[in-house]
Design a protein around this ligand. Structure first.
Ligand code: UDP
Length: 236
């Protein structure tokens, strides 16, 4: 039996790049979608928020010197592109996905309407929330916390490059160990970066647990959903 009935999965845009330096790597997105397919087959309702860092970020790279709000809107559009790619790959894998955007681009994707999102989830469709929160100066981590709370997800699953939260940076410190679980308060005291500060505060206020895990580890998403020891659980 899965440990969760409804999950909010946050994928970073960079996760789609694979070994490429930019954009969407075909083999990587297919592999990721198959991991998601496996958990939908367990009967788990899945909502996804995807970032845009593989294409454009409001605060780095091509945006340097730009007006911040304009650059952030470009970043949000990048997440729409990733969402479309993800939904299309899901279609190819036999899944039904719906993209809902926080900014209106109705010829391309339907707008985010909460009751409709809930309906899709109940119907077993994967819902992909595009364009972050729809507001500049925020991140897709915050969108994940926000949408997760709105749809009553039991947990936010944050897929990262590392397989959890460590006592120190495992790339720099060979003695770093992974936390199996840690409370919100302990994570703050120890100054551990789990999500960005706004997203973290929202999850904490809403008592929405977060699981940090690696999407690159085959089967990890399924193990997380089954409640097995994988990644790090941030709990109330
Ligand atoms: N963004 C934004 N508001 C949001 C979500 C995203 O302005 O609610 C913009 C912001 O410029 C950000 C970019 O979209 O840099 C891509 O999102 P993010 O950096 O969160 O993507 P990730 O790092 O997860 O790939």
């Amino acid at each position: 039996m899965p440990a969760h009935k409804r999950i909010l999965l946050k994928l970073s845009g960079e996760a789609l790049m694979g070994d490429d330096a930019y954009g969407i790597n075909r083999a990587t997105i297919v592999r990721m979608v198959r991991e998601i397919l496996e958990v939908t087959q367990l009967g788990v309702e899945v909502a996804v928020v995807i970032g845009g860092g593989n294409i454009f970020r409001g605060v780095a790279g091509g945006s340097v010197g730009m007006d911040r709000a304009t650059a952030d809107y470009m970043g949000m559009l990048a997440t729409v592109m990733n969402s479309l790619a993800l939904a299309d790959t899901m279609r190819q894998e036999g899944m039904t996905a719906r993209v809902m955007s926080a900014i209106s681009i109705e010829q391309v994707v339907e707008p985010y309407v909460r009751p409709k999102a809930l309906q899709y989830l109940e119907e077993g469709k994967v819902v992909i929330f595009a364009a972050g929160t729809g507001n500049p100066f925020f991140t897709t981590d915050t969108a994940a916390a926000l949408r997760g709370a709105e749809i009553g997800a039991e947990i936010v699953l944050k897929a990262t490059k590392v397989d959890g939260v460590y006592t120190a940076d495992p790339k720099k410190d060979p003695n770093a160990t992974r936390y199996t679980r840690i409370s919100f308060d302990e994570a703050i005291t120890k100054n551990l970066q789990v999500l960005d500060a706004t997203a973290f505060a929202l999850c904490r206020d809403q008592k929405l647990p977060i699981k940090v895990f690696s999407i690159f580890k085959p089967g990890a998403l399924k193990r997380v959903v089954m409640g097995e020891d994988e990644g790090t659980l941030v709990h109330v």
